[in-house]
Ligand binder design. Structure first.
Ligand SMILES: C[S@@+](CC[C@H](N)C(=O)[O-])C[C@H]1O[C@@H](n2cnc3c(N)ncnc32)[C@H](O)[C@@H]1O
Length: 206
């Protein structure tokens, strides 16, 4: 089972090789952030920003707060800020230190399959997003009704606590929130990768 302590330790090591290993995801990042239709005055949260691989797709005028648990990842993110309006915070995405309804939009890339409690993480992102605000989620999910195949269960047993889970069902996570799906886009990789555009309702439904 993943824990913040174990993940911080693991991602301190991953930080050294994360960027070259994940460069192939640039197109997916661009597409996901494009769905947010960011405007100059928008305020954006990036939950679990890692090494800042998303930063290059943010318009220069967008006000962004990017949080992550792992100082080694944040140090790499700092080097990518350049002249963008991005503030970094070492923070647990499951327990965000921001008031309700702070951000216009939120980005959750490859974080829900990592954190110990993905529903709590998505609920926190919902809480700090303004009513009517948009969120994007890009990650690996096992969304089929049947159990994952053996190789995925083995991969999950090995990697689940320290790298990423591969057996989480997005719809089960989403069901704990009030968020609405505007778009669900399969992104390939054997049917594991999905991109979601979500909206926080204008009035609370629960
Ligand atoms: C797979 S990386 C994804 C990083 C980035 N979002 C990206 O798209 O490249 C997962 C990141 O989540 C961070 N993380 C893990 N648990 C976290 C938590 N509870 N709160 C905030 N960040 C967390 C790790 O430090 C790591 O940087």
């Amino acid at each position: 089972m993943a824990s913040n302590r174990g993940l911080r330790r693991a991602y301190t090591i991953w930080a050294t090789i994360y960027d070259p290993l994940t460069r192939f995801l640039r197109g997916s990042r661009r597409r996901s952030i494009g769905l947010l239709d960011l405007r100059p005055r928008d305020t954006v949260l990036i939950a679990g920003c890692g090494t800042g691989a998303d930063f290059e797709f943010l318009p220069r005028e967008t006000e962004c707060v990017a949080v992550d648990l792992t100082p080694a990842m944040l140090r790499r993110a700092e080097a990518k800020i350049e002249d963008r309006r991005i503030r970094l915070e070492e923070m647990d995405a499951m327990d965000l230190g921001f008031p309700d309804n702070t951000f216009d939009k939120a980005i959750l890339h490859f974080i829900l399959a990592v954190v110990p409690d993905p529903a709590r993480t998505l609920l926190e992102a919902e809480r700090v997003t303004k009513p009517g605000g948009l969120l994007v989620v890009l990650d690996k999910f096992w969304n089929r009704p049947r159990r994952p195949p053996l190789f995925l269960r083995v991969a999950n047993a090995i990697c689940g606590g320290y790298v990423t889970a591969v057996d989480r069902n997005f719809h089960a996570i989403l069901a704990r929130t009030s968020l609405e799906i505007l778009q669900e886009i399969p992104m390939g990789f054997g049917g594991l990768y999905f991109l979601y555009l979500l909206r926080k309702p204008l009035s609370p439904s629960r």
